[in-house]
Write a protein that binds this ligand. Structure first.
Ligand SMILES: Nc1ncnc2c1ncn2[C@@H]1O[C@H](COP(=O)(O)OP(=O)(O)OP(=O)(O)O)[C@@H](O)[C@H]1O
Length: 436
């Protein structure tokens, strides 16, 4: 499809070019010399004049044709085929509706009081609707998480907010400045760690930070001090004077995160900052992000790690097909979308009876004390149950299991709520994959 689209403007352009070339009238003088030539009566100076005239006209025609061709091309590429947007899907989540109403009710005079306000932000790539009328706000000291599978629209959202991609409709406001009309002012307030490291391989880490600091308009001494602090906190200080091409993938991500955090901007966009970063270093990045929000700066984060979102985000949303499908604190989402609990029991080794008998006793106990428990896994004295009754109180479940410890051969047990990952999977199974 993309190839066909690329060919159409060229064919149109060239067709237009040939059409114009053969139909545009030549000037009188050109006709005159043409006629003269046909009758073989032209003097030598007339031939020269004819060629000059002809060349000038040809150039003019080609110029007109080239402009027409370029216009046809840009019209084809910039044309956005917009299928009608449904006003508000009826099955939209209440929290998402509330956030939408809140963001859209903020009037122009109050926009300055908000760190980031997005109103009906929409992105089309041709016919593909990548981001579908999302509205949200990000407060100072808030870490707002955008979750979603590949192709959900997270990066497109960032790109629109950064002015890297045009906004198809809607707008966003950073500290009151419109992304559509005042992108330069917007840039002053945003630190950005893109999904793919946009850094110069030949520079050292220190030079990179100095370059980006100077571009931000920071004083040299300040940049030097901040570069050292960030490299130390993010854990790449020993690589600071190495050229970037020598950095591992994880260290490049840390450097990109440091660039985003360098300028003390009101907002920081982090697009999968810990991809490829080892678990210990990940914690360092998390600490740096927490310090950022504690300092009163807003962070918008995308990540494929549920653990990361749970650790960092004050609010998060799960994006599917360019729309928000739920929104709230991690605990709120767990309480709201929780579908039961997971009970894990570890059997104790006892000489009094064979293991299989003891396991049967525990199974009977669980079946008679919980509603419709489902044995998910049984492996070497370890039983994992799914408890679908999400209305049961924690205290009640623990009381049952403490009693079980006294009457059965149980060494240990644990009860866990549905994880954020399970909730994520519930939503993302609806993601279209045809256009990724
Ligand atoms: N430059 C582009 N041209 C055409 N389609 C695009 C372009 N960039 C993204 N898309 C499409 O837009 C949709 C959203 O893509 P986007 O990169 O925003 O998703 P994402 O949630 O960031 O995914 P990932 O987790 O893989 O980064 C996808 O269907 C993708 O194919």
């Amino acid at each position: 499809m993309a190839t066909a689209q690329a060919w159409i403007p060229s064919i149109l352009g060239y067709a237009l070019m040939f059409h114009l070339y053969y139909t545009l009238p030549a000037s009188n003088s050109s006709y005159k010399y043409l006629r003269t030539r046909r009758h073989q009566t032209f003097p030598i100076h007339a031939t020269v004049l004819y060629r000059t005239e002809q060349a000038r006209e040809t150039r003019l025609k080609f110029l007109i044709c080239a402009i027409a061709s370029a216009w046809a091309k840009s019209w084809m590429f910039n044309r956005e085929v917009k299928p009608a947007l449904s006003e508000e899907p009826s099955d939209e989540d209440e929290d998402v509706k509330d956030e939408t109403r809140h963001a859209e009710s903020i009037d122009l005079s109050s926009l300055r009081k908000h760190n980031l306000v997005a109103k009906k932000l929409t992105k089309y790539y041709g016919k593909n609707l990548a981001v579908n009328q999302i509205s949200f706000t990000v407060a100072d000291d808030e870490c707002f998480g955008l979750l979603g599978v590949n192709g959900a629209g997270k990066t497109s959202t960032f790109k629109m907010l950064m002015g890297d991609e045009t906004i198809s409709s809607g707008d966003a406001y950073v500290q009151g400045h419109s992304v559509k009309t005042h992108i330069r002012r917007v840039h002053e307030h945003i630190g950005y760690c893109p999904q793919f490291d946009a850094i110069f391989e030949e520079l050292t880490g220190r030079e990179t930070l100095q370059l980006f600091g100077l571009l931000r308009g920071l004083r040299r001494e300040l940049i030097t001090a901040r570069a050292l602090i960030l490299a130390d906190k993010l854990g790449f200080i020993e690589h600071l004077d190495k050229q970037v091409f020598q950095y591992s993938g994880g260290n490049k991500r840390k450097l990109s995160t440091a660039i985003a955090l360098l300028g003390s901007t009101r907002l920081v966009f982090l697009d999968e900052p810990t991809t490829g970063v080892d678990p210990a270093a990940k914690r360092q990045v998390w600490r740096a992000v927490r310090r950022t929000t504690r300092a009163g700066r807003g962070v918008v984060l995308t990540s494929h790690s549920m653990e990361e979102c749970e650790a960092l985000c004050s609010r998060l949303t799960i994006m599917v097909n360019g729309r928000f499908h739920c929104l709230g604190t991690p605990q709120h989402l767990k309480n709201k979308f929780s579908e039961g609990f997971t009970l894990t029991i570890k059997m104790s080794v006892s000489e009094s009876a064979p293991m299989s008998e003891q396991v049967d006793v525990v199974k009977d106990y669980v079946t008679s004390n919980f509603q419709e428990p489902k044995l998910m896994e049984e492996y070497q004295g370890l039983l994992t149950y799914y408890l679908p009754d999400s209305t049961m109180a924690w205290s009640q479940m623990f009381a049952i299991m403490e009693r079980a410890r006294r009457v059965c051969s149980i060494e240990d047990y644990s009860i866990a709520q549905t994880t954020l990952e399970q909730i994520f999977l519930q939503f993302t199974k609806y993601q279209r994959t045809d256009n990724i």
